[in-house]
Ligand binder design. Structure first.
Ligand code: A3P
Length: 330
């Protein structure tokens, strides 16, 4: 199934037809979640793959064998992609781990009443935008990005594949414990202190780890380990689908951002990054002009992306529907 130039429109959002069909998207919306299911939700380029690796490692108690032998899209398939049903049928893994880029307003109804655990990963949108721009250059199933200014307009206007970043983040992060079993982690938090994030995620999953197991998770989800792991670095994808001569999935190794502290709103984080910190600058700064950055900030404000989105400390974000069973190694 190539369909490299096909765009699938679903609920007013564009999806790459290479991996999505109307049937596969509809299938996701009717999915009967089980209480032991774990779902990683994210807007593209927000740290999805990193979280896939972290959750895989946690559920295997730090043992990297599964990460090294099974592709990430098999052990954590995208629910809405056309191969998911077949992967699921063939899988013998005990813990079902899914990934989704669907926004909450589309997938949310399928999650209602479910105790499945949802981990939402978000990232500073300027870094998301730059990462997505570069990914468009190498992914032949995505439209040519054109000039960065045009791409940026598409990002801010919500017209790119997978829709509006603002709707995505607002939709998922406005969930409360009464709606879904939810944990929100940011890319910046993972960059600053992945060990704490691993502990937080393992606690959310009800999978307590020894110090040694945590150490192993930390080691095996590092940028350099993942970059060299053929089961997650996408180098096995054929050239006609991912043009490896035009870039690498693992472009760079660390965030240069102030972490999204629980006490900081998204806008505060953006403001701090753009105003206080010189020396080490965000990766986006090598792409954005000052005008583009200012315009981006004003669009963020218009979308009301500032307000205290994370009112509680991160440790309290993992909510306590409390009745989901603990997860064990599959
Ligand atoms: P860059 O393009 O900025 O390098 P996703 O998995 O959602 O598509 O996100 C991909 C982004 O996450 C890429 O960002 C990639 O380099 C980054 N990434 C993946 N694993 C990482 C890790 N272990 N540490 C830091 N960044 C990671």
């Amino acid at each position: 199934m190539a369909r490299l130039n096909v765009t699938e429109r679903f609920h007013g959002i564009s999806f790459p037809g290479h991996m999505h069909t109307e049937k596969s998207l509809e299938w996701a919306l009717r999915f009967p979640f089980q209480e032991t299911d774990v779902i990683i939700a994210s807007y593209p380029k927000s740290g999805t793959t990193w979280m896939q690796e972290i959750v895989t490692l946690i559920t295997r108690r730090g043992d990297p064998h599964l990460s090294q032998t099974l592709e990430n899209w098999v052990r954590a398939p995208w629910l809405e992609q056309n191969y998911c049903a077949a992967v699921l049928e063939a899988s013998s893994l005990e813990t079902r781990l899914f990934t989704t880029h669907l926004p909450y307003h589309v997938l949310g109804p399928a999650l209602q009443g479910s105790k499945a655990r949802v981990i939402y990963v978000s990232r500073n949108p300027k870094d998301v935008c730059v990462s997505y721009f570069h990914f468009h250059k190498m992914a032949n199933f995505l439209p040519e990005p054109g000039l960065f200014q045009d791409f940026l307009n598409g990002f801010l206007g919500g017209t790119l594949h997978y829709g509006s970043w603002f709707d995505h983040v607002k939709g998922w992060t406005s969930q409360t414990p009464s709606t879904i079993n939810f944990l929100h982690i940011t890319y910046e938090e993972m960059s600053l202190d992945v060990r704490s994030c691993i502990k937080q995620i393992s606690s959310f999953l009800g999978c307590s780890l020894t110090a040694e197991e945590v150490n192993s998770c930390v080691q095996h989800c590092s940028f350099s380990t993942m970059k060299n792991n053929a089961k997650i670095n996408y180098t096995q994808i054929p050239e006609e689908i991912l043009d490896h001569s035009r870039g690498s999935f693992f472009r760079k190794g660390r965030t240069l951002f102030v972490p999204h502290s629980p006490a900081l709103s998204l806008m505060s984080t953006l403001a701090l990054n753009s105003s206080c910190f010189t020396g080490e600058v965000g990766n986006w700064k090598s792409t954005f002009t000052v005008e583009q950055s200012d315009h981006f900030d004003s669009v963020c404000k218009r979308h009301d992306c500032s307000p205290e989105r994370r009112e509680k400390p991160a440790e309290e974000q993992g909510n306590s529907k409390g009745t989901s069973p603990n997860l064990h190694s599959a």
